[in-house]
Write a protein that binds this ligand. Sequence first.
Ligand code: PLP
Length: 400
Amino acid sequence: MQQIPLNQRVAAIPESATLAVSAKAKAMKRQGLDVVGFGVGEPDFDTPEHIKQAAVNALSAGNTKYTPASGTPELRNAIVEKLKNDNQLDYDPSQIVVSNGAKHSLFNAVLALVRQGDEVLIPSPYWVTYPEQVKLAGGVPVIVPTSADDGYRLRPDAIARHIHPGKTRLLILNSPSNPTGAVLTPQTLTEIGTLCLEAGVSVIADEIYEKLVYNDKQHLSILKQVPELQETSILINGVSKAYAMTGWRIGYLAAPKHVAKAIGRLQGQATSGPSSISQAASLAALTGDQSCVAEMREQFDARRKLIMQRVADCPGLSAPEPDGAFYLFVSFADLIGKTLAGTTINGSLDFCNVLLEQAHVAAVPGIAFGDDNGFRLSYATSTDNINKGLDRIEKLLSNG
Ligand code: PLP
């Protein structure tokens, strides 16, 4: 029977480049093999108890009905307070839209700003979702490379080179970054923000990893560094990563008033407001005791140091120190064209396949993030797993 045709933009969404490796890892686990996984993009901690209790209380109170499409007034007020206290940014509650996860907030933001044919700057290595959302909106992703030598930190001159007057509409900036953990310096943020302002380029600032910053580094919003950008740009954040709440699906955006209003209408027709229970829990997360965030951050930091040291001991691998998030982006550029366990390594899919088949270690191939010379290790896993996985990688690479 003939298949019904799909919408062209939906038909064009490619199969995830990581799917083959992760499907194989799952199949190996099902066969009883002990596969060490470094693939996950979520904290391995449970949601803190007081947040869960707020959800239980909301249920008991019958807080089970539709909320306003842009989110409850209580949560939007709490977000305004959070942006003021943590980020020194002033917003009115009417500028906030709460959605089903930061990914949904991003989708709304991209759909609201990107017009047919608009160019959108995306620094690479990038989070896999950005280019696909841009294409779904009818935009054209323009990839702006960063280099391992710069710690994968975006350089202002690279942005300047990729701005095409009249065509470039938007920059999607993610600091701290998934997949590299790079955190931009205040000076770089100011320089990039100024370039965008002068060129009439809006910014979507994805700050979902803001609470996970290490060493003496500090998260700063580009919208704080260049305040005029607030009139043209959108800030994205959420509770998933900071409060170990990935399954609750709450993200939010802060935007110019007319943009937030339009996004509210869009969301009103697409999904309505997010879950009433999850919003109550997120209110507790943002307004409650913040020590849980510091405790999780400390554990991530210890794992970060361990995994960095273990990777540095592996022949052929190198990774600049990540200052944020919970990922290490590892380069195997020195092994390209060489043979590993009988396989010629031509790119990240080859490398990650050998890692999985020979060492029973699952990592995400860099090609998914636009960099075929690397792979991503998530350290949102126990120190025992980190040691076990890196023992295996080290042995594989030492044996050649
Ligand atoms: N932005 C980045 C850079 C992410 O890595 C993720 C999740 O992996 C998100 C946004 C989406 O977060 P959420 O789970 O709230 O949709």
